[in-house]
Write a protein that binds this ligand. Structure first.
Ligand SMILES: Nc1ncnc2c1ncn2[C@@H]1O[C@H](COP(=O)(O)OP(=O)(O)OP(=O)(O)O)[C@@H](O)[C@H]1O
Ligand SMILES: [Mg+2]
Length: 235
């Protein structure tokens, strides 16, 4: 089943008289359970593509289909709801709230949505177990290592049980050992929870935790290939 599809996607940024054509006629289908890595040189449009696919920004032309929904036809309010319930995001810098505990950071989307966090107690316990931070649930981010903070950000992206999770250089800020552990965690989330993942990465190695690789050069997809079995890394 297709979870996300980009159709003739174009993105231009206009600054004064200057126009930058960042994404050029992108066509891309991502299926349920895939773990796609977007790679390419700095400035090639990877983050821009990720944000368009996740509905954080709108294309200049073309469309993004999230399951059966054309994101360009969705009203603002419905879009926020859709983003919260179907889509998770994890960034390079963890974007945690410093004075909230691990649990409250994870539950933040729920609280912001006006829902009762008590309903999510069982889910929270399960997620804390998955990310391996059960014993640190009452601590604040400044008492955690970088890798642990990223785990909290991952947990926050999981709390609404989204169908698809977007990752923008999720291990870009971590040492290689911690990065490897986080990649293994993503793989678990992909395989155990059958979540669709789309990551932007500069690392050929972390791309091999996934199922396919999209190469972007100068705003165009030049390749979309499967990670072959001999090359794939399985935890
Ligand atoms: N909001 C914006 N306004 C104007 N130009 C932008 C904006 N966002 C991105 N760009 C331009 O679009 C191009 C692609 O940016 P993007 O962030 O998608 O690259 P990237 O492939 O993610 O690079 P990196 O690997 O360095 O993160 C760049 O030339 C950038 O200057
Ligand atoms: Mg980027």
């Amino acid at each position: 089943m297709k979870v996300i599809e980009a159709i003739n996607l174009n993105k231009k940024f206009i600054n004064g008289k200057e126009e930058t054509h960042v994404l050029k006629d992108i066509n891309l289908s991502i299926h349920q359970g895939e773990f796609v890595s977007i790679m390419g040189p700095s400035g090639s449009g990877k983050s821009t593509l990720l944000y368009l696919l996740g509905g954080l920004d709108a294309p200049t032309s073309g469309s993004v289909m999230l399951e059966d929904t054309d994101l360009s036809k969705v009203k603002q309010k419905q879009m926020s709801k859709l983003r919260r319930s179907k889509i998770g995001f994890v960034f390079q810098f963890y974007n945690l709230v410093p004075n909230l505990s691990v649990e409250d950071n994870i539950l933040l989307p729920i609280i912001l949505d006006g829902e009762n966090p008590k309903k999510y107690e069982a889910a929270l316990t399960d997620i804390l177990e998955t990310i391996g931070l059960t014993d640190k649930r009452k601590l604040t981010p400044r008492e955690l290592s970088g890798g642990q903070q990223q785990r909290v950000a991952i947990a926050r992206a999981l709390v609404f049980d989204p169908d698809i999770i977007f990752l923008d250089e999720p291990i870009g800020n971590l040492d290689s050992k911690t990065g490897k552990e986080i990649m293994q965690l993503f793989q678990t989330i992909n395989l155990k929870y059958n979540k669709t993942l789309v990551q932007v990465t500069h690392s050929a190695k972390s791309a091999k935790y996934g199922t396919s690789i999209v190469r972007l050069v100068d705003g165009q997809i030049v390749e979309h290939i499967d990670v072959c079995e001999e090359e794939s890394i399985t935890a």
